[in-house]
Ligand binder design. Structure first.
Ligand SMILES: *Cc1c(COP(=O)(O)O)cnc(C)c1O
Length: 404
């Protein structure tokens, strides 16, 4: 059976590889298989590829190449920072001869990705207090509330740069300044921001930043952690001293080379001020709001990354909508990809409106530079029909139930 043409509107879950990224990776999967740590000239090809990737990523982030640690992805980067901040503050406290348990508190938000939420929940089981800041209707945190949550024993504040479900941007530069003033380390999960908005880490007080290649047209299973040059860091994975002792294990050379190429392409896209992803998102959003009654944008009052549209529809159940859209070849999601299959509603949308049922009625459409205007046209045609059909079945179901 021929595969149905799909319209991929789930770029926050993962993105297609850019063909130029595949080109960049191939020689390291075939010819140049040397271990970057080996001493002979043949292995230098691999080592140079890793160095080049580090420079390209540093250019995208506006930081020094020496501040980058390659990891297996966003999840590992987040876990490494959370573990490191606690381990380091415990060591610092011991050295200072303090008996008070310093570094026994972490501040984060209620809307983080599970790759921050779950490690933080694990900390709570290990005698560490965690403050999960609430968010307002638009999905953002209150800076005064954040500042008030800081304690003398706070080891780390971790707030995402952009939310994966709603695209809402957090004022991380301001939060980093508050943390610096209070002498607390600040980490941001920037997996959804990197490659979508300009980032100049050199001009910020951010200590740590996590990113993942597969969210910006690079390969899966590779990412990076930015560690500010003046910030202490304890590696999560101890081993052969790779990555300047910050992350043990033989480098995933081909994937790192792919990440570097993806970073170079993303920088070009962002620096040239290209707006086609934003314009496709805006055109889609406006058209849906116009043609479907009872539809609204989650996080409408906040600043958002240019590629995400999280929409809430009255009178539907997101899981049913996903099934019907899938039959039309439209790939999108309800909340995050990680939750598909679990019948839990989105913790993000619930935090934004604890008393509403928007979490069960929302769909996330996320766009990328490989989407076409023709695909947007198709989506604008199909989505309203699907919503209408779902509402009609719900009404029929209710009428049938009332008749029995
Ligand atoms: C996808 C994602 C992650 C996880 O990254 P992986 O590389 O898939 O481990 C973490 N945080 C956010 C915000 C994400 O969107």
């Amino acid at each position: 059976m021929a595969e149905q043409e799909i319209i991929y509107l789930d770029n926050n879950a993962t993105t297609p590889l850019d063909p130029a990224v595949i080109e960049e990776m191939l020689p390291f999967l075939t010819k140049y298989y040397g271990n970057p740590s080996s001493g002979y000239a043949f292995a230098a090809r691999a080592r140079k590829a890793v160095d080049l990737a580090r420079e390209r990523l540093a250019a995208l982030l506006g930081c020094a190449p020496s501040e980058i640690v390659f990891t297996s992805g966003g999840t590992e980067s987040n876990n490494a920072v959370i573990r490191s901040a606690l381990a380091y503050s415990a060591v610092a406290a011991a050295k200072a001869g303090q008996f008070e348990p310093r570094g026994k508190h972490v501040v984060t938000s209620a809307v983080e990705h599970s790759a921050v939420l779950h490690p933080c929940q694990d900390l709570e089981k290990c005698d560490c207090a965690v403050t999960f800041l609430r968010v307002d209707r638009d999905g953002t945190v209150d800076l005064a509330e954040l500042e008030a949550a800081l304690r003398p024993e706070t080891a780390l504040v971790s707030i995402m740069w952009a939310n994966n479900e709603t695209g809402v941007l957090f004022p991380v530069e301001k939060i980093a300044e508050i943390c610096r003033r209070k002498g607390v380390l600040f980490h941001t999960d920037a997996v959804q921001a990197v490659g979508k908005i300009p980032i100049r880490l050199r001009e910020t007080a951010i200590n740590f930043l996590s990113l993942s290649a597969h969210k910006f047209h690079g390969p899966k299973g590779v990412g990076a952690l930015y560690v500010n040059g003046r910030t202490r860091f304890n590696s999560l994975i101890a081993g052969g001293g790779q990555e300047n002792g910050h992350r043990g294990g033989t480098e995933n050379v081909a994937s790192i080379a792919g990440l570097g190429k993806a970073a170079e392409l993303a920088l070009r896209y962002v620096a040239e001020g290209k707006e086609n992803v934003r314009s496709m998102r805006d055109r889609f959003e406006k058209a849906i709001l116009k043609s479907v009654s009872g539809a609204s944008v989650n996080g409408a009052g906040a600043l958002r990354i240019p590629n995400t549209s999280s929409l809430s529809f009255e009178g539907i159940e997101s899981s049913n909508a996903l099934l019907l859209l899938d039959r039309h070849g439209i790939c999108c999601s309800a909340g995050s990809a990680c939750r598909t299959g679990s019948h839990e509603a989105s913790h993000v949308l619930h935090a934004m409106n604890p008393n509403g049922d928007g979490a069960r009625r929302s769909l996330r459409f996320s766009f990328g530079r490989f989407n076409t205007e023709a695909e947007i046209d198709r989506a604008i045609e199909i989505v309203p029909k699907v919503i209408e059909k779902l509402r009609a079945t719900t009404v029929r179901g209710a009428v049938a139930a009332a008749a029995t």
